[in-house]
Ligand binder design. Sequence first.
Ligand code: HEM
Length: 419
Amino acid sequence: MKNPDFLEMFKTRDLYGLYRELAKDGPLYSVNEKLHLVLGYDLCFAIVKKPDTFLSAVTPLEFLKETYDIRIIDAYVDYLKHHCQVLRNSCSTSDPPRHTVVRQILNPFFAKERLAELAPFVSATVRRLLGEMQRRQETDRSAPVDFVSHFSRPLPVRVICELMDLPDLPVDKVVEWTDSIVEPFGLAVDREAALRCARTLCEAQAFFRRLLEGEKDNRFVSELTRVADRVQEENGDYRLDAVDLLTILIIDFLASGNETTTSALSAGMLLLALDEALFDTLSARPELVPNFTEEVLRLESPAQGMFRKVAEDCEVLGYRFRKGDFLNLRFGAANRDERRFECPHEVVLERKHPGRHLAFGAGRHTCVGAPLARLELNAAFGEIVRTFRSCRLACAEEEVAYQTNFFGRKISFLPLYFS
Ligand code: HEM
């Protein structure tokens, strides 16, 4: 198979059918000699648990050299070099010693007590957005409401902006800044789109650089700088500079959680709209909402595929890997592995271990924002089944629009009638 065909394949609507096809002969599918897709739960899990052998610092740029028109990326990087900064790797795509330092800086911002402080804001925002949707629906009963633009996009943006002490940043601006990072990573941009992303990223950098330089008071940035100083005093293995801090702000805080949480909210809402009995069960038994959240994450893993690079020749669960090989861990496929999950394609509210999926990864790189994402998802689904009696899709299921790329997929438009 030629590589461009391989990237095209992931634009299919029937992603899970594609995974079944690719995994026909086993949990490892080789696209070519150097690039392998890991589709089974056990193999994905074993690999993430060996982070020194399977490294994360694989920038898409490095991977793209094998599979993509590298001139597009050259143009993107050139633009950044000349107009702002080429950012460092995200926390997720770093290895020690940088990863250790960055992760220690991020951890306290997602600690239990911190999230308990944020919880009332999350609930209030959920209620406010649902109330606005309800009023919209009441004004014109024949017009459906788009759940993506009115709920699943603004909620994570408002929440992360609250955490970052940026309550006035417009949702659209944050989404645009997030897209400028996520889109090139999804391997689906042409040259023009890549340059647009680079221009937008420079704008985001200018905004955060001003905050870092103290031009405007920001509680969060002051705290981040203090935490970063303390972590570096305790762990001198990696010295952070201004570009590292810019990267942490823009990628690890602002962008990492938006797109993924939006995807999960929309995917869960679609499941509720398609299954009246499920909606009724959750209304009657709201204690099952957290299990529903886990099933949404398992079934529609917003981070479908993450890269690794093999550091040394090795064998895992009988599969041999060679130094320098690239792996793409398809968490979305692993989470529907029938050897691991009974009825893998169905919502099962009373699974024995509802949270044991790979939607947030596992091991060293387990999602630092997972508790925040769970807080938002539980608050949202809980309030939806409490507020509304039912909900119905305003188009055929086949007409629900998806935006797909190699990293993941998200619903881009979800018209609904609530009652
Ligand atoms: C439903 C929502 C989310 C999903 C499905 C998700 C998924 C993931 C996954 C799969 C990883 C591990 C990547 C790997 O092993 O290569 C990860 C890491 C990460 N996520 Fe999330 N994430 C979500 C929400 C968030 C939020 C809300 C934030 C922060 C605001 C966030 C920030 C991060 C960061 C910084 C990492 C890197 C952790 C590390 O490498 O140590 N994520 N996420």
